[in-house]
Design a protein around this ligand. Structure first.
Ligand code: SAM
Length: 308
């Protein structure tokens, strides 16, 4: 099992996701002789997991069942142990697209935090790219390194335990993209510029407050970054209801059966085109957006370092 390659069967040492429902899942480290308690009873790793196919339905000791899923960065984001605030898949997908990440990309990131974004970046840049991730909190840096090893992606990532604002990323002119999720990103913009390739690249900074965004934009401008854009990714909930709308009078053409697909044999069905035309109104599903868009996490400020 690796977070960057799919394997069919569950093996000793794998990290698997025990799925009880969309609102209830957790990661488990598969071990010979290991046991995991669920509300449906015990899962015995040696007999219930090892050798079984990922995606299998596993019956627990009390008769209830769960699915065992292959890990992905998205499932990891939903289930990882939180050591810090983390980035979620809505922001991560926008970051991946706007930083133009792809297999082979070299990326610098700080801070590593709980490694939520790191796992997604690593999966995207594999198999030939690399992530340099900088975290100044020693235990967080060590824990992230441990998890990258457990998830068999250690060859794709270098963790550095240092202050990115003072010491930068420890690499120069190699990165295609830089990502910052730290409280004072404006202090790291100069280091980000040095880490990016001479021919240029993309940068993104995540900040929860607009005041931080303003300072970061000024620093980006001072360092010659262009195309500075701040985006926020929010989910908008639509209230769907059925409404009656008048339909236009299509006159004789609509009643004329020739070559239109209009089926006059279905005249008794009020939902057929003929039936609708006769009633003069039709029922439509209409989506009304709720005014408030909840779920603010932060603003994503993107910019470009150009050669000129
Ligand atoms: N993006 C991460 C994720 O998705 O899991 C979460 C990052 S967390 C919000 C911010 C991290 O940045 C913390 O772990 C903190 O220790 C680290 N940090 C803050 N300032 C830093 C600095 N100057 N240099 C390196 N790391 C820093």
């Amino acid at each position: 099992m690796s977070f960057v390659e799919y394997r069919d069967t569950i093996k000793d040492g794998d990290t698997a996701i025990v799925f009880l429902g969309h609102e209830s899942m957790f990661p488990v480290k598969v071990q010979h002789g290991g046991k995991t308690q669920t509300k449906y009873g015990v899962i015995r790793h040696s007999t219930d997991l090892i050798g079984k196919r990922y995606g299998s339905k596993v019956t627990c000791s009390k008769g209830g069942w769960v699915f065992i899923l292959h890990p992905t960065p998205e499932l990891w984001t939903m289930n990882l142990p939180h050591r810090t605030q983390i980035l979620y898949s809505t922001d991560i997908s926008l970051i991946t697209m706007m930083l133009e990440l792809k297999p082979g990309s070299i990326v610098c990131e700080s801070g590593t935090g709980s490694g939520s974004l790191s796992h997604a970046i690593i999966r995207t840049v594999a198999p030939t790219g690399h992530l340099y991730t900088v975290e100044f909190h020693q235990q967080r840096a060590e824990k992230a390194e441990e998890e990258f090893q457990e998830h068999k992606v250690e060859h794709l990532v270098t963790v550095k335990n240092q202050d990115v604002c003072k010491n930068g990323f420890g690499v120069s002119n190699v990165a295609d993209a830089v990502f910052l999720d730290i409280p004072s990103p404006w202090e790291a913009i100069g280091h980000a510029k040095s880490a990016l390739k001479i021919e240029g690249g993309r940068i993104c900074s995540f900040s929860p407050c607009i005041e931080q965004v303003q300072r970061t934009c000024l620093a980006m401008e001072e360092h010659g970054f262009t195309e500075i854009n701040t985006l926020e990714s929010l989910l908008r909930v639509y209230n769907v209801r059925t409404v009656s709308l008048q339909i236009p009078d299509l006159g004789k053409a609509a009643e004329d059966n020739s070559g239109t697909g209009f089926d006059s044999s279905n005249q008794s069905n009020p939902e057929s085109l003929y039936g609708i035309l006769q009633q003069g109104t039709a029922q439509f599903k209409s989506g009304v957006p709720l005014k408030e868009m909840v779920g603010h996490t932060g603003y994503l400020t993107f910019a470009t370092k150009s050669l000129f």
